[in-house]
Design a protein around this ligand. Structure first.
Ligand SMILES: Nc1ncnc2c1ncn2[C@@H]1O[C@H](COP(=O)(O)OP(=O)(O)OP(=O)(O)O)[C@@H](O)[C@H]1O
Length: 457
């Protein structure tokens, strides 16, 4: 077959539109597909100059530059169509004699693409609104906190292992819960457990449950463990640093194999749980001290999120106090507002118990407040502030005079007073007495003796 003889019929049989112009832009050829796609009969267009029909045509650009355009998308005004074209100069004996263009009508595709872009934009707006709803409690002016929230939003819809690092009361559980709510697991259970509150001897049966008749006194029919209860959803292992090495090995097996065994059984149950861990401890130091398994650490430390202590984000105190106070006012059916003076005193304080302490302080203030605005008097004694507003000097720092009670109290009375307040504070800011004893660093016996001495309930 002599190709040259058949070139015209080859061009005619193409499904893509073809248009050929010569050097002075005269149109010398359009194929059948061109006429059909753009509804322009060949006889109406052949012999006319393209520069008079479509002065800004991309074909004319190629005619001028001599450089091809491949997959070039543009809008053709004279056709009222979006097209995608391959525009190539025709070269004969080293000289350009015209341009050949093969193109496709992509008007519908462009329309669909525009709609898709619009839907994508709407979807991301909606997602942002949803994210804001899930993470609204964690809004912050602090860049460290904003980074933590941003990272949480990014990982929420994945199954990546997240570990939340932060001091007690910084809001680790709120983070974990927000991540769960923003994930596709949000219609399944969210279960948070504090490892410190489970005695090691009960860890296995609490976590994995037990089979029927597995030990004397066990419940008939066996018992579901926390892991099974969280199936399909999210399990927060709070205070993972408190887990014994023995329990760490068991949890590691579950994470690796995605299967678990109940106490007293041999059957392996498949499990689909997203595990989020949280701790206030430095796990790397614990590994060095032989208290934490390195392999478990690398399993859970895929996305570490660091939550700053409240003292490092005091710029959030006004917003945080108001949000928490609003919730407390609803709870107590009271209407009390923050005052600038109280806020300034609060900003001087270091908040060792973080947001949990802030919630407790505000609750205590609300209960005792009889006015519409908080006053310095409503603050707990351990703020040790002079009641006079002038105690905050112009630099916003506390002048020595404000610790006036310290200047007038005998040392032993002062120590007892501080000890009592500290125990009360720890009790309020921990989940149970075992944790309080741990935090206080005293023996159980000494703890109960002090409770009796200070008549703490
Ligand atoms: N951003 C916040 N807005 C409102 N309340 C908050 C916020 N962050 C924390 N809280 C409150 O502070 C208390 C402690 O929060 P959370 O239990 O999440 O802290 P945590 O870091 O998990 O503490 P722990 O390590 O002791 O378990 C809770 O009562 C919680 O509702």
């Amino acid at each position: 077959m002599k190709l040259e003889k058949h070139l015209l019929s080859i061009l005619e049989s193409l499904h893509d539109a073809v248009i050929v112009i010569v050097k002075d832009s005269t149109i010398v050829f359009v194929n059948k597909a061109y006429s059909e796609q753009f509804q322009v009969p060949a006889k109406k267009i052949i012999g006319r100059k393209l520069k008079e029909i479509e002065g800004n045509s991309r074909i004319l650009e190629v005619l001028k530059s001599g450089k091809s355009l491949i997959n070039d998308c543009s809008y053709v005004h004279s056709l009222k169509k979006d097209v995608c074209a391959n525009i190539t100069p025709l070269i004969e004996n080293g000289e350009m004699i015209g341009v050949v263009t093969i193109m496709k009508d992509i008007t519908e595709l462009t329309k669909v693409q525009d709609e898709l872009t619009k839907y994508k934009r709407d979807l991301s707006d909606l997602q942002e609104q949803l994210d804001r709803r899930y993470f609204y409690k964690l809004e912050s002016k602090s860049s460290v906190m904003q980074k933590a929230v941003q990272l949480s939003k990014q990982v929420a819809d994945t199954d990546a292992s997240v570990i939340l690092y932060g001091e007690s009361g910084t809001g680790k559980e709120i983070f974990a819960n927000s991540i769960h709510e923003a994930s596709k697991r949000n219609n399944k259970p969210y279960i948070a457990i504090n490892i410190a509150s489970i005695p090691d001897s009960l860890f296995e049966s609490e976590m994995f449950g037990y089979e029927d008749g597995s030990f004397t006194g066990s419940r008939k029919g066996g018992k579901k463990g926390l892991l099974e209860m969280a199936n399909g959803g999210t399990l927060l292992l709070d205070e993972i640093g408190e887990m014994s090495l023995n329990s760490q090995a068991k949890i590691l097996r579950v994470i690796q194999e995605r299967k678990f065994q109940k106490v007293g059984g041999t059957k392996l149950y498949p499990i689909d749980v997203r595990i989020i861990c949280a701790t206030h401890r430095n796990l790397k130091d614990m590994i060095k001290a032989g208290q934490f398994r390195e392999d478990l650490y690398y399993r859970i430390n895929v996305v570490p999120i660091y939550i700053p202590p409240l003292r490092n984000r005091k710029e959030d105190l006004p917003f945080l106090s108001n949000t928490i106070l609003n919730e407390l006012c609803l709870k107590y059916s009271k209407h009390v507002r923050m005052s600038e003076e109280v806020l300034r005193i609060m900003e001087q304080y270091e908040w060792p118990g973080n947001v949990r302490e802030l919630v407790n302080v505000l609750e205590r203030m609300l209960v005792v407040c009889t006015k519409q605005f908080f006053e310095p008097e409503n603050l707990p004694d351990y703020f040790c502030l002079d009641r006079h507003p002038s105690s905050i000097n112009s630099n916003n720092s506390i002048s020595p005079s404000i610790v006036s009670p310290l200047f007038t109290t005998k040392l032993d009375i002062l120590i007892e007073k501080m000890e009592k307040e500290h125990i009360e504070f720890i009790l309020k800011n921990t989940r149970n007495r075992t944790e309080a004893i741990q935090k206080l660093g005293i023996s159980r016996k000494s703890f109960y003796t002090k409770l009796k001495k200070y008549q703490i309930e």
